[in-house]
Each structure stands twice: as C-alpha cells, then as structure tokens.
Design a protein around this ligand. Structure first.
Ligand code: LMR
Length: 351
C-alpha cells in the first residue's frame, strides 16, 4: 500500500469512527425490523457484515468479494454492507451484537469463540500444532469442523464456513528468538486461554486486548509486544511502534463465518443457497490470496524499513516449541479430551 493509500485509509477510518459512534450504530439498531416478510415476498434483503481488520487483509478482501458476488447474482436485491476495521463493532461487543441481531454476519478469529462458551475452538490456538495450512484443513473441511460449527447454534449463531489468515509471528521492541527473550514482556493476546498459557510458558505476561486497541496499547507502552500474521501487523501500522518482528510461525490464525440464526431462517431457501454459494467462493478466494497478502505485507515491511525482521533457524524454533509444549497437556481439559482426541485423529488421517 502506498503512503497516499495509507493516509486516505487512516482519514477514512477516523471519519467513519466519528460517524459510527454518533449516527450509524443507533440508526442500524433502530432498524431491527422483522425481515421474514420482506424475504418471503422476494423484496430486498440487507446483510450487515462487520469485522475488525483492514480491507487489505485476507479477511477484508474475502468479505468484499462476497459482497460483489451476492449483489451481482441477486441483481442488487440482496445488499451486503461491509463494516471493516471495527467501524461498527469490535472484539468486545461483536458477538453480542450478532446474537442481538444488530449485525447479521461476522468472521471472528477461531480464538474468539472460547470466551463466549466454546473452549473447544481453542484447539486451533495450540502452539506449533500445525506444520502447514493443509493440516488445518484436515479439521475444518472434515466432520470435526462441521461438528464445531454445529455447536454454535446453542448461542443463536449459524456457522457457515472457515477460512485462513495464516501463521502468526511475534513482535516486540527486541528480537524474540529464544524463550529468554520473552521474559518479563507484556504481550497483547486475543482472549484465548491457550494463547495466554503459551505466553506464560515463554515467560511473558499475557494481556488480552481487543484487536482495535492493540496498536495504541503498543504505542503507549501498555503492552510490549504481540503476535499476528504479517498482513494484520502491517495494515494496522504496528511497524511504527515495534522495532522487531520475529518470524516464529508458532501458531495458526483462521476464522469462522457466522450469521445470526433468526436472520438466516428469515431468508428464503433460494436466498440462503445464493449466499452459501457466494460465501464458498469468497472463502476459497480468501484462502487462495492469504499467503500472497502476508508475503506482500512482508515485502512492504522490508521496504518501509521501520521494523527489523528476524528469520529463525530451525534450532531456534525448536527451542520455542519445546518451551510451549506443556501447554498442550495443561490446556487439554479446558478444550475437552474428546475434542483433543478427535483433533488428533483428524490430523493423523491420511488423505
Ligand atoms: C486479533 O485479534 O489479533 C485477530 O483476531 C484479528 C483478526 O480478526 O484477524
């Protein structure tokens, strides 16, 4: 992204934040009208899709692709309004907003389902569990992935699919190449007990914060470091507040797309099919570009020269892996032993 694009993005974000706080949210909340009548008569449907990251990320681009496909195929009858970058809701309130019907669709990271009562989703956070994204697919594209999505109905959500961002890297104002480098650091994490345990195992203090507050917290020194795939690091301009990014690739970050159950059931079968098909294609597109977006962000970061980038040797990664190994056992009962066993079976299956 050029400097011009970036400053336009920042201006737009600042503007939209103001508008969102004062006008958009109340307007949307007051528009919570029953829509079954509309859908049944083939009239317009509006789907509000909120997420917390920038548009130039795998999630942002997949969401925009979904909008284009849906609006094209429905001839504009189904409108998809995308609210990226925490413009509408953030980590602290988006799940509740979905359950209340104040927004229709979200794509939270899998780590964000633990705190709302689905600790089994935290299996995806286990450090050094997946060697590659193809391993994740053995879970998400199989019966186990489906069973996990089914669970969400208990909270009035329908899970429609999974997609990737990629592998997370560690950042701070120093290189993070061995467990000793983490000692005493306050590391921002998503609210996942598994990730908290991972940071503690490394000697750091985990601090759970919403994604939208992370950059500011780093800048203010409230936290010293964080972890994320590079596309998130770069598009939030965390490079301006972190001197070192260590390519640890220690954990996976992916998403589940969820819709409000009442909204979903209010749609005609044809509309649901159209949305599901468009989403399948948008998620496949997101998966296809995820690596490229992270590579692009890494190249931009190298060019900007703001953050030193450290490539770990296999021996260094191995020492980190060894330090966090106890997390797998310690958190097994939180995730649930039957889920852990099903996960191991899925990972060991030959395709
Ligand atoms: C985070 O909070 O670090 C990520 O989940 C943000 C995202 O949605 O990619």
């Amino acid at each position: 992204m050029s400097a011009l694009d970036l400053s336009a993005l920042i201006r737009r974000r600042q503007y939209l934040r103001g508008v969102t706080a004062s006008v958009l949210a109340p307007a949307l909340i007051s528009s919570l009208v029953p829509r079954s009548a509309l859908a049944a008569s083939g009239k317009g449907v509006t789907l509000r899709f909120s997420h917390v990251v920038a548009e130039e990320t795998p999630k942002g681009l997949a969401a925009n692709r979904f909008k284009v496909l849906v609006e094209q195929r429905s001839g504009g009858r189904i409108r998809v309004l995308i609210y990226p970058d925490t413009q509408l809701y953030g980590d602290a309130d988006e799940m509740q907003a979905l359950q209340l019907g104040a927004v229709d669709m979200l794509a939270p990271s899998l780590s964000k389902f633990g705190p709302i009562g689905f600790p089994e989703f935290e299996m995806f956070d286990l450090p050094f569990l997946f060697g590659q994204v193809a391993d994740v697919r053995r879970i998400t594209q199989g019966p186990l992935g489906q069973r996990l999505l089914e669970r969400l109905k208990r909270h009035g959500m329908i899970g429609l699919g999974y997609f990737d961002n990629g592998f997370k890297q560690m950042s701070a104002n120093r290189p993070l190449l061995s467990p000793a480098d983490f000692v005493g650091l306050r590391m921002r994490i998503q609210a996942s007990r598994v990730i908290a345990a991972q940071m503690r195992a490394l000697g750091a203090q985990p601090v759970s914060l919403p994604f939208s507050e992370t950059r500011q917290a780093l800048e203010a020194g409230v936290v010293d470091g964080t972890e994320n795939p590079i596309s998130n690091f770069w598009t939030q301009r965390m490079d301006e507040v972190q001197t070192d990014l260590s390519l640890t690739e220690h954990g996976y970050l992916g998403y589940a797309v969820v819709v409000n159950q009442r909204f979903w059931l209010s749609l005609s079968l044809d509309d649901r099919e159209l949305l599901e098909q468009a989403l399948r294609e948008a998620l496949a597109y997101g998966n296809k570009i995820a690596d490229a977006q992270n590579d692009k962000a890494l190249a931009a970061l190298r060019q900007a020269g703001t953050t030193r980038i450290h490539v770990l040797s296999e021996a260094q990664r191995e020492r980190l892996r060894h330090a966090v190994e106890p997390v797998h056992k310690a958190l097994a009962s939180r995730i649930g032993l039957s889920w852990i066993n099903a996960m191991r079976d899925a990972l060991n299956q030959h395709t």
